[in-house]
Design a protein around this ligand. Structure first.
Ligand code: SAH
Length: 218
């Protein structure tokens, strides 16, 4: 990189973090994870120069990388601790998993498009993020072999929090999931598993691509 390119990269990064703070993101651990993970590595082709704007962008297989302020909000809501094992459903670009990997002991991320899982794995390896396991599988069934999880983040909209995933949470565990019809505005829900059941809390309206059962063909 030339000095000019380094200057503009640093400036972009400052603006990126400033936007997150402006949106009310105050959790220092989330902000430092998002400072560390370069979103530009997860966006390809013609949209890559928009990677530092606070908007969702198209990725392969007709999917989207979430808006950075929504990634920050979901990560904050998940209250991840350094000893936690986290399951993410909907790897997409891999950006959200990379952010989580800075805060957790281990991240399992599951994607129904093999191609996205493969591309995300390559970026994780290039960035040296060795505590992420990226699997091509139908995440609506969860990951029974690795369960139970301390934290579960679903980054696709479900009509209800999926039963198999609720049952793969530890007692005291937290799940964050967008709930609602895929063509409508959904609600971001936080579920806490207690000794006796589940507590639900509505956080804010969001819009995500739908959680689809079964593997995709690509
Ligand atoms: N977290 C992503 C963005 C998610 S977009 C990021 O940081 O870029 C939602 C993703 O969920 C899409 O890639 C979609 O293919 C995936 N998805 C939808 N249903 C799924 C399922 N049943 N199992 C696994 N992945 C699923």
């Amino acid at each position: 990189m030339t000095t000019d390119e380094e200057d503009s990269a640093a400036e972009r990064k400052m603006r990126f973090l400033f936007t997150l703070r402006q949106q009310g993101m105050t959790d220092a651990r989330v902000l430092s994870a998002m400072e560390r993970i370069d979103r530009g590595r997860f966006v390809r082709g013609i949209f890559s120069d928009r990677a530092y704007e606070d908007m969702p962008l198209p990725i392969s297989c007709g999917q989207t990388i979430s808006q950075p302020s929504v990634v920050a909000l979901m990560t904050q809501a998940l209250q991840v601790g350094p000893r936690d094992t986290v399951l993410e459903i909907g790897t997409g670009s891999g950006y959200q998993a990379a952010v989580l990997s800075c805060m957790a002991r281990r991240v399992y991320t599951v994607e129904r498009h093999r191609r996205l899982a493969q591309e995300a794995r390559q970026v994780f390896a290039a960035l040296g993020l060795s505590n992420i396991v990226a699997l091509a599988a139908d995440g609506s069934r969860g990951l029974p072999d690795q369960a139970p999880f301390d934290r579960i983040l679903i980054t696709a909209a479900a009509e209800d929090p999926p039963g198999p995933l609720l049952s793969q949470m530890k007692i005291g565990g937290i799940m964050v999931v967008p709930v609602g019809q895929s063509d409508a505005v959904q609600s971001l829900i936080r579920v806490k598993r207690t000794e006796t059941g589940y507590d639900y809390e509505e956080l804010r309206p969001v819009r995500f691509v739908p959680l689809v059962e079964g593997m995709a063909n690509d």
